[in-house]
Design a protein around this ligand. Structure first.
Ligand code: NAD
Length: 459
């Protein structure tokens, strides 16, 4: 507790000194971030392998490459983002000038996550330093090697009086949440999101909550064989590709017309074999489950006899290695846990519908997802998805890739989160937009002030 309080006091002092506000400081920190990730790339591959068994190419694609890209993009834009924006004023203000001036919020707390422990920790940090804040990062206790890597490396590269790393479990998170912050950025479950929001309310602290949920993929009929194959590859990539299904925007389940389901299942099986071989347990391209607790949680989802009976492919388990083989389930009961809770693992339920248009109602009868994916060439279905459903994002004919697009906001809605980040949206998330009005002293309009005895309002 004392260490936390001391750290916050030091960060407040640094913020008060004003040095984090300059463009030079912000750009130097972003350059330092690029240097950190470039000079420690090999180590990053090692720690991600220790924590999750990730392949180096997956680490580059989802973490190292993402951070380099985000830091470089912010570095190229930060001065433009910092500049006050001219506001158009109504004639009644004449003569005057109006502007919107972004200012840093102060001392902010960022909770990192374990599934992408580099990108989901450093990407928000890029936003916080671009906006000129001082920061405490709470790394995830579930990815201890990456956490310790960040705790050791960040002070060697970034301004250690402005950016600090605190490691620890739930007890440390609880202590951190008792403090007064100028902003809390949290990535994690909706359950803890509620705890964070309640703690923030105590000090009226603004929050961004990057939460989870069940992201559906709609698989509609496609006319070209190439498109069908590509769609299935992208479904496999969107389900098992990022961290073996342990991804907030990973595909949770697929909606498909009954008559198309056999083809989809066949192609999924073939693609899985092509990507991970006949024995995925031996594949170096597939991560393991993060820990025993999550392994048992996933095992429990499959314990329900009706769910177990719905497995049409895979699902073998190796408790010692915390590995679950990719599993495909056909129509598990809709009231079973696998269909009511976020799966966050390598199990893929396929839900059949009479008509693909029913997918709209299916999605709307559940909490708002973080992402909806739809593989379709039907423009009317696309329009219905956009106008009749609500989700953090919608991606047509692809999966996951929206995450790396700096010009699109990333965030949830309803139960999948609150607030957004990436690119300029990250800068805005960690800034206050101050309204500035500059006026002269002439002219004065008489009816502005009393006495109004001589004036009559006409209605
Ligand atoms: P979690 O909510 O259990 O833990 C996240 C953080 O909360 C950890 O730092 C932990 O120390 C802290 N915490 C846990 N219990 C707490 C308590 N009682 N009081 C205070 N702090 C507490 O999340 P998880 O299981 O590690 O991650 C999985 C969830 O995160 C999934 O729901 C997933 O969808 C979501 N997620 C979302 C995103 C996104 O960008 N939207 C990204 C990754 C993960």
């Amino acid at each position: 507790m004392e260490k936390i309080e001391e750290s916050i006091a030091e960060l407040r002092q640094t913020f008060k000194s004003g040095r984090t506000r300059s463009a030079l400081w912000r750009k130097n920190q972003l350059r330092a971030m690029i240097k950190l990730i470039t000079e420690n790339e090999e180590r990053a591959y090692q720690v991600l392998h220790e924590d999750l068994g990730k392949h180096p190419v997956e680490v580059y694609r989802d973490e190292v490459g993402v951070i380099k890209k985000s830091a470089k993009y912010s570095l190229s834009c930060v001065e433009k983002w910092m500049a006050p924006q001219k506001a158009h004023l109504p004639l009644i203000f004449f003569p005057a000038r109006g502007e919107v001036m972004p200012e840093p919020l102060g001392v902010v707390l960022i909770f990192g996550a374990w599934n992408f422990p580099l990108s989901l920790t450093l990407d928000p940090l890029i936003g916080a330093i671009s906006a000129g804040n001082t920061v405490i990062i709470k790394t995830s206790e579930l990815s201890p090697s990456t956490s310790s890597f960040l705790a050791k490396t960040i002070p060697l590269y970034l301004d250690s009086k402005a950016v600090k790393v605190i490691e620890g479990g739930v007890d440390v998170s609880e202590q951190l949440l008792k403090q007064k912050w100028d902003k809390i950025f949290f990535t994690g479950s909706p359950r803890v999101g509620r705890i964070v929001m309640a703690a923030a309310a105590e000090h009226l602290t603004p929050v961004t909550l990057e939460l989870g949920g069940k992201c559906p993929a709609i698989f509609d009929k496609l006319s070209k064989a190439y498109d069908v194959k590509t769609a299935v590859k992208r479904i496999v990539g969107g389900k098992w590709g990022p961290c073996s299904g342990q991804a907030c925007i990973g595909i949770d389940y697929v909606l498909v017309e009954e008559k198309l389901a056999p083809l989809l299942i066949d192609l999924l099986k073939t693609t899985l074999k092509r990507f991970y071989g006949e024995r995925p347990k031996e594949s170096k391209n597939m991560c393991r489950v993060v820990n025993k607790h999550n392994f048992e949680r996933l095992q429990k989802l499959l314990e329900d006899p009706l769910v177990a009976a719905s497995i049409v492919y895979g699902g073998s388990q190796d408790e010692e290695r915390l590995f679950i083989e990719p599993a495909i389930l056909l129509d598990p009961p809709l009231d079973s846990q696998i269909m009511t809770e976020e799966i966050f693992g390598p199990l893929l339920p396929i839900i059949t519908l009479n008509n693909i248009q029913e997918s709209i109602e299916f999605i709307n009868s559940r909490p708002k997802p973080l992402a909806i994916y739809a593989f379709t060439e039907d423009e009317s279905l696309r329009r219905r998805i956009l106008s009749e459903t609500s989700s953090g994002s919608v991606t047509f004919n692809d999966s996951i890739i929206q995450f790396i697009c700096d010009t699109l906001p990333f965030g949830g809605v309803g139960q999948s989160g609150y607030g957004k980040y990436h690119g300029k949206y990250s800068f805005d998330t960690f800034s206050h937009e101050k309204a500035v009005l500059r006026r002269g002293f002439f002219p004065e309009l008489k009816p502005r002030y009393p006495p109004w005895n001589d004036f009559k309002l006409k209605f």
